[in-house]
Structures are given as structure tokens and as C-alpha cells.
Ligand binder design. Sequence first.
Ligand SMILES: *Cc1c(COP(=O)(O)O)cnc(C)c1O
Length: 387
Amino acid sequence: MKSNESFIPYGKQNVTNDDIDAVVQILRGTYLTQGPVVQDFENAISNKVGANYSVATSSATSGLHLACLSLGLGKGDWLWTSPITFVASANCALYCGAKVDFVDINIKTGLMDIESLKRKLKIAENEGRLPKVVIPVHLAGSSCDMEEIAMLSRKYGFKIIEDASHAIGGKYKEKYVGNCKFSDITVFSFHPVKIITTGEGGICATNNSGLAEKMRDLRSHGIIKDSWRQKRKNMASWYYEQTSLGYNYRLTDIQAALGLSQLKRLDNIVEERNKLLEYYAEKLKGMPISTMNIPPAVKSAGHLSVILIGEHQKRDAIFEEMRKRNIGVQLHYFPVHMQPYYQKQGFKKGEFPNSELYGKSAMSIPLYPGLSDEKQDLVVENLKGLL
Ligand SMILES: *Cc1c(COP(=O)(O)O)cnc(C)c1O
């Protein structure tokens, strides 16, 4: 079964000649950094996902940071997220001086478990340490149960940031993820392995004009250029005013042009990813593994093809062997609370058992637009031989 074919990565970007032309056009123009195309990209995302405002950022990581700051997260506050995510969903709390805790996942979906969230909120209420912000993570492109989480947010008074880094183009209850009906802010990532890319980049979508304004200010040093918003009046036109401590988290027009061009293909890309997932499901039938359940209210963006291998010894052995055979399997994710940095903060092994079980069993197999049937067959045949 050993193959000499070139390496099959677990994911990769899809860049067309139109994308390249769009970027080159910017390079020949006036603005390279944040300019009119960033605004066009923001408007296009807002229109696509059905949110009132979009704020483009240099990455989803900086977007998560701005989202937390705009919601007033700070020292002494708690932020809760899932242990099965990229570290950025937790780190954003620490950037703000807040504390992090986790809510275990549902092992069938990989998503934040609503019953665990309910239990943990009850306990936290009694102990007076309710979270200020909860970040559900739409793992592999499947939306969490946002209506339930929104109901709990009203009961317990927390804010919601959806980490939709995997989920642009996906739907929840027939509507695009990012419409923010059940959240305050939704953050998307445009890293090259995600659904569409800007090289590096992210966007914060929201329906709240105040939050959008805060995130815009903080994205660019906390500097305000509109004279009507400035504290000092009747200043000359050179005047700009810093009113808060912001950052340089801007996206560039070069990147936005790539994103805008990619966005046109979003629905097609999501369709293709879902077709590839169906093909895998068909071919994997009868094998001693499980795949992630996609809840009925969800249309996945199809970001990852995750399989669970029950015997953990076997998972690691298969993992190594697949890589030796040039098949780029990956783990999404090693539980964040098990990272040395978070262990140092006091998290213990055994605290989030489903997440730890998932971390020992999961393996992402290659999935990206343009992946051929032959390559999918090769992945499946190799896997079959090793199980
Ligand atoms: C990729 C990713 C991020 C960070 O995105 P960047 O744009 O690389 O900063 C955050 N959360 C999740 C779940 C991700 O997959």
C-alpha cells in the first residue's frame, strides 16, 4: 500500500488566476494597506453572512482579542471556551488580563456540550464566578447549538463570541454562521488552511454598532480621525486623536482583494468540501472508526474530516505510519488545558474527560477543494490497511 506519490496535505489553499489578478491590480494602485478594498471586503462579508457590521483584522487571533476588549473583558473576569480548539480561543482572555476556564465537549460532535455548560454555570453562579464571555467554537465547520447558548447567556448574563474560524459559509437553522442572531460577535479566520483565505486575516462580524466602532478604533492604535468624535474641537485637518490604547491589527488592501475574490466562490467551495466529506463517509463505511456527527440544525462548512480511532495506541501508530506514507494527517486539537502553558496555570489532567478522549482518538484526514477521488481512495486504502 506504500505510495511514492507526492505529499497529500490535510488542507491547503485554493488560489485561482482571478485571485492573482485581483491582488496584482492592488499592487499597481494607490493603497496597499487598509484602504477602500478592506471596506469592500467588510461590506461583502456582512452581506454574505447577514450581519450589520464587519471589522477586518490582521488575523482571527487579533480579531478575538479585539472582540474580547470591545465586550469589556478585563482583569478579574472569566472567559470560557472549549478545550478542543486552537489555543487562540483561550489566549485572547489572557491578553486582556482575564482568566480562562473550559467547558467539556460532546464526544459525538466535538462541540461545546450544552449539558456541561448548564452544570458549570449553575456551580459558577453559586460560587460567584460566572463568565463574562463564552466562546463556542464551531469545530470542523459545524456550528454549536447557538440558540441554547444564547438562552443561557440571557439567564446568566454572559456575552457570546462565536469562534467561527472553521465555519464561514456554514449554516445554523438555515442562516449563515456570522449573522449574530445568537451572539454578540462572530470571528472568522482567513488563514490559508481555512475555507477562504487572505494569507493572514480575520473578520469580526456583529450587529452592534457600538461594538463595531470599538473594534475599529482598537484595530488602529485607538486613533480617531472623524472630527465629530474627537474630544478637542475645531482642530486643523492634520489632527488625529488617540483616545484608547489600541493596536495595529489592520488587514491590507492586498489581502482584502484576495479575500474578496475568494469570497465569490465561497458557496462552491463549501459544496465541494461537503461532497468530499460524503465520499469519505461512503468509503469509510464498515471500518472500525467513527466520524463526527453533524447536528440536524447545522450545515457544516466542511472544514475538516475528523475520524475517531477508538484504540489510542493504534491512533498514534496509524498517525505516524500515514505521515511516513506522505499522507498529511493532523490532530485538531490536542486539548488546550493539557498544553504545558495551561498546565502551569493549574489545569489538571482528567478535568475535561471527553476532550481528553477526543484528543487521544481524533485524526484529521486530507480535505481541500481539488482533492481527487484517487487521492481520497489512497487515503482510505492506507487507513484500511492499518486499522
Ligand atoms: C485558525 C484558528 C484560529 C486563529 O486564526 P488565525 O487567523 O490564524 O489567527 C482561532 N481559532 C480557531 C478555532 C482556529 O482554527
